[in-house]
Write a protein that binds this ligand. Structure first.
Ligand SMILES: [Fe+2]
Length: 294
């Protein structure tokens, strides 16, 4: 019996292969409508902001479907939910009629101060309870489909009584929300913590995946680091392929946040991702073509 969210997922638009809207690449991004299915914006960059940033956003909104991916919800924090933040977020989503919004399964604030880092929470039953209650309040307040993203983490916290798969599943099912599955984060965690990335995927409620993130990372001395600053590597494409064969999704997004290459390289990477999707889930890319034809 599909839950409310799973029914909702079927009604969401198929946006195809998208790119994060970043200031350093904004001008070129806006010139490549034919190669990009949708744009993902970081709402904190536009909330209460005018000037050049707003201009770019208006241009983007007139040409592309927009999706929102926030960083300051801090869903795992013990701080009260920030209602001013939620009001501004809701206003932005309403203004641009954004089909779904997402944030990370982590915390980013302590005692009202924002940390500019995605910090992991313990995988425990008490954390599940805390986060489920907050996700429900966020969804009720904002009134749009909401996704949580799996993060990369570099250590396990004390006090855990669940696996990451159990933890994520419990939260998504109890709160009845969606999953933004970052396949690069899965790969980074699998290598750093020594588990099998493909087996890990099977512990997640993949039917709840609405959007996928794909990105590159950096090899450190002892760990690999999730930088979004390098090209996507083959094993991460394999994870993408595997997920696309298991569940229908509405969008795959290339994340590039630093070490920006020539835009041609971005276009080539988008085409690579499209090639994987065409084979594994053609209806995703067909939707994208319909959108782009308008
Ligand atoms: Fe991501």
């Amino acid at each position: 019996m599909p839950t409310g969210f799973l029914k909702l997922k079927r009604q969401l638009p198929k946006l195809g292969i998208g790119l994060g809207l970043r200031r350093d690449m904004a001008a070129e991004t806006l010139e490549h409508r034919a190669q990009i299915g949708f744009l993902e914006l970081v709402p904190e960059n536009y909330m209460g902001v005018g000037g050049k940033a707003r201009e770019v956003l208006l241009k983007a909104a007139s040409a592309f479907p927009l999706i929102s991916h926030g960083v300051n919800l801090s869903i795992g924090s013990t701080d009260e939910l920030n209602l001013d933040y939620l009001k501004e977020l809701k206003a932005l989503l309403d203004e641009y009629n954004i089909a779904w919004f997402s944030d990370h399964l982590c915390f980013t604030s302590i005692e009202g101060g924002y940390l500019h880092d995605l910090l992991p929470v313990p995988f425990s039953k008490s954390t599940v309870k805390h986060i489920v209650e907050r996700v429900k309040r966020v969804q009720d307040f904002v009134g749009r489909p909401f996704l949580l993203e799996n993060i990369s983490y570099y250590m396990y916290l004390p006090g855990q009584d669940m696996t990451e798969g159990e933890f994520t599943t419990e939260i998504l099912e109890q709160a009845d929300c969606g999953l933004l599955l970052d396949v690069n984060n899965v790969y980074v965690n699998a290598v750093n913590h020594g588990f099998d990335a493909h087996k890990f995927l099977d512990t997640l409620p993949l039917e709840r995946v609405v959007q996928i993130h794909i990105a590159g990372h950096k090899m450190g001395k002892e760990m690999i680091i999730d930088t979004h600053g390098s090209p996507v590597i083959e094993p991460v494409y394999k994870l993408l392929d595997s997920v696309l064969r298991k569940t229908p999704v509405c969008g795959v997004l290339l994340e590039r946040d630093q070490n920006f290459p020539d835009f041609d390289e971005i276009v080539t990477e988008l085409a690579e991702i499209r090639k994987v999707a065409e084979k594994a889930q053609p209806e995703l890319v067909r939707g994208d073509e319909l959108v782009r034809a308008h």
